[in-house]
Design a protein around this ligand. Structure first.
Ligand SMILES: Nc1ncnc2c1ncn2[C@@H]1O[C@H](COP(=O)(O)OP(=O)(O)OP(=O)(O)O)[C@@H](O)[C@H]1O
Ligand SMILES: [Mg+2]
Length: 165
């Protein structure tokens, strides 16, 4: 089991945007990403920056009540899920999500859909750290491993905790 990992500090929303752009630029053709973190940790902010970087125009709403928002992106469809309000993992099936057509899964509160979601390639953990956010990006499997290595080569994330005042 691979355990490639990046830890970084995101002092402001602009830093989160940079991370979203870096993830979009390095993602594999098909990617499943779990976004972990408490309410307000910045999961939707990251997802929005990521989708914008993939060329999504117009409003990008938080799927708080709809559970899923879908966007056409290069190579297929991006699915942005927020499972905070899901009744149970079984409810995911009613959404009729087609794994095969999805180029990207961005899943907030994935723990609430456990067992009904595809396996993650990347697990992102966000947490409030002072006025900013701490982020930990962990690879899951070979695809995630290679992805994290591409992120490391880009080198546009500040290390944690050195830059945390
Ligand atoms: N790096 C950052 N530094 C400071 N504030 C940030 C950062 N990233 C996001 N925020 C702010 O955190 C707030 C909450 O963000 P967001 O809605 O993305 O959280 P969330 O994790 O999706 O929450 P929820 O679980 O309720 O969906 C927003 O006001 C956003 O601007
Ligand atoms: Mg959110």
């Amino acid at each position: 089991m691979s355990e490639t990992m990046i830890e970084s500090f995101l002092p402001d929303v602009e830093a989160t945007d940079i991370l979203g752009r870096a993830l979009a630029a390095t993602q594999p053709a098909r990617a499943v990403v779990y976004l972990h973190g408490d309410l307000g940790a910045g999961k939707s902010t990251l997802a929005r920056a990521w989708l914008r970087a993939l060329g999504v125009e117009g409003p990008i709403r938080s799927p708080t009540y709809t559970l899923v928002e879908r966007y056409p992106v290069p190579g297929g469809e991006a699915l942005h899920l927020d499972l905070y309000r899901i009744g149970g993992a079984g409810e995911l099936e009613f959404l009729g999500l087609d794994d095969a057509d999805a180029a990207l899964w961005l899943v907030e509160w994935p723990e609430r859909g456990a067992g009904s979601l595809p396996m993650a390639d990347l697990q992102v953990d966000l947490s409030v750290e002072g006025a900013g956010r701490a982020v930990r990006i962990r690879a899951r499997g070979v695809t995630g491993d290679e992805w994290v290595k591409r992120m490391e080569i880009r080198g546009d994330l500040r290390p944690f905790p050195e830059s945390n005042p």
